[in-house]
Design a protein around this ligand. Sequence first.
Ligand code: 5RP
Length: 216
Amino acid sequence: MDKQTQDELKKQVATKAIDYVMQRLKPNDILGIGTGSTANFFIDMLGEYKGRFAATVASSEASAERLTAQGIEVRDLRDVDRIAIYVDGADEVNARNEMIKGGGAALTREKIVAAASDEFVCIVDSSKQVDVLGAFPLPIEVIPMAANLVSKQLKKLGGNPVLREGVVTDNGNLIIDLHGLKIENAPEMERSLNQITGVVTNGLFAVSPATVVLTS
Ligand code: 5RP
């Protein structure tokens, strides 16, 4: 799929997400906002509707800046009691609504904001829908001093870990992309990767999958 076509599809699914959330949000509700190009299309459309909800919580500095530029209030998660809906893209999603996320290196904050939300609305173009997760390299956020230690453990799982060059997360950590996986049991893999000392979190969103997946 060429980039222009994919961007068109991302815009279409962002429009669907606007319809979806505007039918459900109440004036006092907080909206959680993801990270990436699909989320950006959603943010760019959201400015028009800013009177329809109270504020947002963002999953990255980049999304927070983009929301602010739209005149939309961004709150710290610590100042918020409840997030009604979280809207975010994904790198892969399967038929059980389990996802790989973190292509934009925002996976940890994404998982935190998603966990604080009543509902996760995943927005993807059709190229992201897969039967088995793992063709997209699985991002893993690691504490910098543990990068080699974690890589050694990841090799034992049969994957090929590659440090993402030149990337530091909003939390000051590094990203290792784990190539060559075929993930049949995503919740089990998510849990076991999180047991490796030095891992902050991994990009599998399977223990708590998306509530709904909107596609174009
Ligand atoms: C960022 C993410 C994104 O949601 C994911 O990478 C999809 O990005 P895009 O919408 O640009 O294709 O998880 O960490």
